[in-house]
Design a binder for this molecule. Structure first.
Ligand code: SF4
Length: 336
């Protein structure tokens, strides 16, 4: 019998109404998420990869219950999160590390306040003395000395601030961390150290990560599996190694064209992406990637491709794969 995943979303849809005109009538909607299903096992890291505007951060907000989905389900350890009461205790299990540590922390409060507050709110550590000791321990877990307790966000670097936000997320002993572009605002030199810290913490704390990024090469370092997202849909999903060695969807291939891939022949076949992501208000018909796809053919604007099973752990949605052979499209479009 299949095990219960730590986190699962099924057929998740989120459309934001757009109100216009004198009477603010709903004229259209931003179709941010259009039927996403994803499961993350205990202790696993799954990365959602895609360009800005593809809906990946909306998924994070839906899982964190900062937004209600239009339809679909979200469950944690088999329990329906949308049906459960939204209490402080319930929110503890899933924590967020966002891309901008400056806006995530209160500049007027010391790091000690930032780290002891969740321990107090969630009633996890009873006394001030013990909360301070736990805050110092959390700082050490993220590679900072206890001296930082008495500093303010304005007095420390971006990388150090991100370590503090990670420590704050860990303070409540979550089951799942959602890492929404956690290195996007950091210098290149700092990125690697934060990624290595996250990898170490996952092992130490037995955490489950949903890692959201527009940089597929970062996903390679942290994730067990990658879900590639385009305009609110997952277009390819599979083990990280397979995504890098044998990408099936033309969009995945175009994301890989700008990063080092192990196979030189594959590298020479990858075609970089061109053009802008279309508006989520006015989605292209059929395969939404058809306006940018180098392999587009007459069927593409007419029909939405279903996910094709390449192997039991790897799927991709492209009409070129529907022959059942699951052949790589990197070698060329062999449609009729
Ligand atoms: Fe390209 Fe057509 Fe495949 Fe979409 S279905 S990715 S447009 S070849």
């Amino acid at each position: 019998m299949a095990s219960t995943p730590r986190l699962e979303v099924r057929d998740l849809v989120k459309h934001f109404p757009v109100r216009r005109g004198t009477f603010a009538k709903v004229r259209e909607s931003v179709r941010a998420v259009n039927g996403v299903s994803l499961r993350i096992e205990d202790g696993e890291t799954v990365a959602i990869v895609g360009e800005s505007g593809c809906g990946k951060s909306t998924i994070a907000r839906l899982i964190l219950r900062l937004e209600r989905p239009t339809s679909g389900s979200i469950s944690l350890d088999g329990e329906d999160l949308l049906a459960a009461e939204d209490t402080i205790a319930a929110r503890r299990a899933i924590q967020l590390v966002s891309q901008n540590p400056w806006s995530a922390l209160n500049r007027r409060k010391t790091i000690k306040h930032t780290l002891t507050q969740p321990l107090k709110v969630h009633d996890l550590v009873p006394t001030n003395v013990d909360r301070t000791a736990r805050a110092a321990q959390l700082l050490q877990e993220v590679g900072l000395s206890p001296d930082y307790l008495y500093r303010y966000p304005s007095g420390i670097s971006g990388g150090e601030l991100q370590r503090v936000t990670i420590a704050r997320a860990l303070a409540v002993s979550p089951d799942v961390l959602i890492l929404d572009e956690p290195t996007a605002s950091l210098d290149v030199s700092v990125k690697a150290s934060i990624i290595n810290l996250l990898i170490d913490l996952r092992k130490m704390e037995n955490l489950t990560y949903l890692f959201i990024t527009h940089e597929i090469d970062i996903a390679k370092h942290v994730s067990d599996r990658i879900a590639v997202m385009y305009l609110g849909r997952i277009v390819e999903q599979g083990p990280t190694e397979e995504i890098f060695e044998d990408p099936q969807h033309p969009y995945t291939q175009s994301l890989l064209a700008s990063v080092p891939v192990p196979d030189p022949q594959l590298r020479s076949e990858l075609k970089p992406i061109s053009g802008e992501v279309p508006s989520a208000i006015d989605l292209p018909s059929g395969c939404t990637f058809h306006t940018r796809c180098p392999y587009v053919f007459d069927r593409c604007p007419q029909e939405i491709p279903e996910l094709t099973v390449i192997n039991p752990s790897h799927v991709a949605a492209c009409h070129l794969l529907e022959s059942g052979r699951g052949a790589s499209v990197a070698g060329g479009a062999s449609h009729g």
